[in-house]
Ligand binder design. Structure first.
Ligand SMILES: Cc1ncc(COP(=O)(O)O)c(C=O)c1O
Length: 360
């Protein structure tokens, strides 16, 4: 008999988005935190130009992309690693630093892939309570154990959308033991960059790294490109466990072109915030609890898990898909990604109608 590793047998797989549309309805997916609009037009042109050489392997060292990122953010190109999405880099980190007998720690309602990546290595995944659906620095510090190897924190967080200030993250780092690697996942960083000084300088300490992605503000979720700013020795170890051709040719070309159009990305962030704010106001007016979001989604909190399920069902029957959050320990919540204005209006109308029905 073929048997998997014992710790895998007891693990639940990552809960994929259920993208099945209701019969005869237009599918409106607000479920995967994709950008509400395609990337800069410069991306399509660059991809067309590059599509003539698919028989060649991509640059395994992502040289053009790393240097462009370094120039833009004022970083050392030698400390940048690119991944097949930032998921790839989270997986590499887990494989590099975790194993049975070690543990990773994250806030209670953290991005579920932190747990998956941790548990696939046989390590334990610990969580620390949050305050008002936001990472609690003191609770994280209190939850550190002698075998804690990594602290994962997404800032802003997914699915909460909430954030801690740069000063809070610096305080967390100062107080963590030097043996603990702090992973600051800024997948939604571009939506919140105006709120604090960049944290990339923390990487110079040697015990902290910052992850970013092209999947959100740059609108390239389908191209699968993430990157990390990583201490040199950490980068050297991660490269040992990394797929050496992890970012496809078109992904690299697309990311580079998107990076060059900062105005477009900035406009995406602004328009996302305007669409989000209009939707959140409607949701709060309808009596739904919505924490302050600094991302391209909003978390809707209902009275109970059953109420969230009924809402999900009502929306699905009209083709509108949000994302249940049982996997993040929030079964009473649904997460709504910011979509185009018409889709947000449709979702808001359906939710308002269902709220009224629940009250009658
Ligand atoms: C907090 C966080 N980190 C990482 C990712 C993974 O992003 P990607 O692999 O597309 O770069 C996501 C995607 O939703 C996310 O929400």
């Amino acid at each position: 008999m073929i048997t998997p590793l014992p710790h895998l047998a007891s693990m639940a797989p990552y809960a994929l988005a259920d993208l099945a549309a209701a019969e005869g309805k237009r599918l409106v997916s607000l479920s995967q935190n994709e950008s509400f609009r395609p990337p800069s037009p410069m991306v399509a042109q660059a991809m067309r130009d590059a599509s003539e050489a698919p028989h060649l392997y991509p640059d395994p060292d992502w040289s053009d992309l790393r240097h462009a990122l370094a120039d833009l953010h004022g970083l050392n190109a030698g400390q940048i690693l690119c991944g097949n999405g930032s998921l790839d880099l989270i997986g590499c980190l887990a494989r590099t630093y975790l194993s049975a007998g070690g543990a990773a720690l994250a806030p209670e309602h953290a991005y579920p892939f932190f747990r998956i990546a941790t548990e696939t290595t046989g390590a334990r995944f610990d969580t620390a309570e949050e305050t008002d659906l936001c990472a609690d620095i003191d609770a994280l510090l209190a939850a550190v154990k002698s075998d804690t190897k990594i602290v994962f924190i997404a800032n802003p967080g997914n699915p909460t959308g909430t954030r801690r200030s740069g000063a809070d993250l610096r305080r967390l780092r100062e107080a963590l033991p030097a043996t603990v690697l702090l992973v600051i996942d800024e997948a939604y960083g571009e939506f919140a960059d105006h709120l604090h000084q960049p944290l990339f300088d923390m990487v110079n300490r040697g015990d902290t790294l910052v992850l970013r992605t092209f999947s959100k503000a740059y609108g390239l979720a389908g191209m699968r490109v993430g990157w990390g700013y990583v201490p040199g020795p950490v980068a050297a170890e991660m490269r040992k466990v990394m797929n050496p051709n992890n970012v496809a040719l078109l992904g690299q070309v697309a990311a580079l072109a998107a990076l060059k159009d900062q105005d477009y990305m900035g406009a995406t962030c602004q328009e996302t915030a305007a669409l989000r704010s209009r939707f959140v106001t409607r949701m709060r007016t309808a009596g739904i609890d919505v924490p302050e979001s600094h991302t391209n989604f909003a978390l809707l909190r209902f009275a109970s898990a059953e109420a969230a399920q009924r809402m999900d069902h009502a929306l699905r029957s009209e083709g509108v898909l949000l994302r249940g959050q049982g996997g993040a320990g929030l079964p009473e919540c649904l997460r709504a990604t910011v979509g185009v204005a018409d889709d947000m209006d449709l979702a808001a109308e359906l939710i308002e109608t269902q709220v009224l029905e629940e009250m009658s």
